[in-house]
Design a protein around this ligand. Structure first.
Ligand SMILES: Nc1ncnc2c1ncn2[C@@H]1O[C@H](COP(=O)(O)OP(=O)(O)OP(=O)(O)O)[C@@H](O)[C@H]1O
Length: 530
């Protein structure tokens, strides 16, 4: 995928959500130490510590309002091809899991659903209402537990099989995690529920169901649409006025991912009462959050602007690299408890959140590199064709012969046929390659498994060897990228040839026009003589 830069940087948006006092806190006689300034995005901690954020959500804000204010715009952006991230940050027990919505979903009413169930519902609503675009939606769900990646959609998978890497464009990718294609909301909801159920949680003095890991639920949305399909629909709806500017042959591809991140909460050992394993978890949680704090500081502190950003210090900061200071649109929801007993922790969280507001991202639309080049070529071809048509008309008005026109027409249709053939073959080849590579990835995991008979295993091995051979052979010494660019080069040379033909035609037409003019002049002369 190649990316197109949008012209302007945008800041990470920061919302603060204050949860209500919990019954237990009320019983303990704890009091509220934070208030929201009415009709503003301000809150005041204690007597006079005022903070302003992009959104300040009071304890009365509903789950639907949180979604509408903070996440709905990101879902829309994702369909435009932008990567998006929403992450919840805050002290243990401050309401992160409740807000993000990856907890025990089956125990919730729909009104209590957090951000993820609402966002994926909206995604499928958009998909189901769209007639002209074909979608492929995939989901993965991982957690970082004691600094190791675990697959929440495949608990048997060893953490050693999952890695955070950068692809050749510098984008962060999680390799090895199970990715499941979903065609309905129900399918995705089941995966969210199943994955959330196996997440590491435990009881602490601060939170009965405390998340002991950072979780990342990722939805990848790929879209393909042709302007031809849009035209067909518009024609069906007789919307001829909005047809201008569309070209039947142009295909668009975008692919964007949406990360929903529920961080483990920062905690103080003496408050959580953690000992043994729970304490060890605490150490990992706090060190991951410390790295995140360092990244936020380095990016968000204007004085530290040009210094090194310590993304590599922990897994969570590596995963969030695109989301903080990268190419995604990001919203941070900082959750705080309103209780006086959590004053210091809430104040700290607000200071971090305040710094995060200064982080600038450069969102880009993720588009397939080939489709960008195809589009460029297709529009060039279109321009050439128009030029040819113009030439033809001018010859006609200058008295060109039928034969000239016939030749020009023949050439143009030959060029068109060639272009169509090249594009068709290219698309067909691309599809087969994607399917074969997908099968190869799946089959490599099955190889050697007990449930295969010996002969099946041998046949599978032969297939994999053959695939390997083809991968190495096609084309023998070229990498896939080189091969793709070779194909693009072939297309370009076809184009060059078409352009040369056009130039030749232009010259012939110019000669013919001159000849016709001379003949006319001679005729006039002759008539005058007679
Ligand atoms: N806005 C809210 N309205 C009502 N109850 C809430 C709200 N936010 C959180 N709670 C309740 O507060 C408790 C703690 O919330 P939650 O588990 O989401 O915290 P957390 O920040 O994810 O904690 P940890 O970091 O320990 O996992 C839960 O019982 C949850 O239902």
């Amino acid at each position: 995928m190649e990316s197109q830069a949008e012209s302007k940087e945008v800041n990470v948006r920061v919302a603060v959500r204050i949860r209500p006092l919990l019954p237990k806190e009320k019983l303990n006689g704890e009091e509220v130490c934070v208030r929201v300034v009415p009709n503003s995005n301000q809150l005041v901690m204690g007597k006079d510590r005022a903070f302003t954020f992009d959104n300040v959500l009071s304890s009365k804000t509903t789950q639907e309002e949180v979604f509408q204010l903070c996440v709905e715009p990101l879902v829309k952006s994702c369909f435009e091809g932008y990567n998006a991230t929403v992450f919840a940050y805050g002290q243990t027990g401050s309401g992160k899991t409740y807000t993000i919505g990856g907890g025990n979903i089956s125990s919730l009413t729909e009104e209590e659903y957090g951000v993820i169930p609402r966002a994926i519902k909206q995604m499928f609503d958009i998909i189901n209402a769209e007639q002209n675009i074909s979608f492929c939606v995939k989901v993965s769900y991982v957690e970082i537990y004691k600094e190791e990646l675990q697959d929440l959609l495949d608990v048997d998978k060893s953490s050693k099989e999952i890695h955070v890497r950068e692809d050749d464009k510098g984008n962060t990718v999680i390799i090895g995690a199970r990715e499941v294609e979903c065609s309905t909301l129900d399918e995705m909801m089941s995966l969210l529920e199943a994955g959330s159920a196996v997440r590491h949680t435990g009881s602490t003095q601060m939170n009965e169901h405390s998340s002991r890991s950072h979780s990342v639920f990722t939805v990848v949305i790929s879209q393909t649409w042709t302007e031809g399909d849009v035209l067909a629909t518009k024609r069906k709806q007789s919307q001829s006025e909005s047809i201008d500017g569309l070209d039947e042959e142009i295909t668009h591809n975008t692919c964007a991912k949406f990360h929903f991140v529920d961080l483990a909460g920062s905690e103080r050992a003496h408050k959580t009462g953690n000992v043994g394993d729970r304490f060890k978890e605490s150490v990992h949680i706090n060190s991951g959050l410390l790295s995140l704090g360092n990244v936020i500081s380095a990016l968000g502190d204007p004085k530290k602007k040009s210094t090194h950003i310590p993304y590599r210090e922990s897994k969570i900061t590596r995963i969030l690299k695109d989301s903080l200071g990268g190419n995604a649109k990001t919203v941070m929801i900082c959750c705080i408890s309103p209780s006086t007993a959590s004053f210091d922790e809430s104040l700290n969280a607000l200071k971090y959140a305040n710094r995060a507001r200064n982080i600038k991202n450069l969102p880009i639309i993720n588009r397939d590199i080939q489709s960008i080049r195809f589009e460029e070529m297709q529009s060039e071809i279109k321009a050439l064709r128009e030029e040819l048509a113009r030439q033809r008309t001018s010859i006609l008005s200058a008295g060109g012969t039928e034969i000239d026109l016939e030749k020009a027409h023949k050439d143009a249709s030959q060029i068109k046929k060639l272009e169509e053939k090249v594009i068709r073959l290219q698309t067909e080849c691309g599809h087969y390659r994607v399917i074969a590579e997908e099968a190869y990835k799946q089959l490599i995991q099955i190889q050697g498994k007990d449930f295969l008979s010996r002969s099946q295993d041998i046949r599978l091995k032969d297939w994999l060897d053959l695939m390997e051979e083809i991968k190495n052979k096609v084309p023998s010494t070229l990498s896939r990228d080189q091969w793709e660019s070779q194909t693009i080069k072939d297309l370009q040379s076809e184009l060059r040839k078409a352009r040369e033909d056009l130039k030749n035609d232009e010259e012939i037409f110019a000669d013919k026009t001159k000849e016709v003019k001379e003949l006319k002049a001679r005729n006039v002369e002759l008539v005058r003589h007679l």
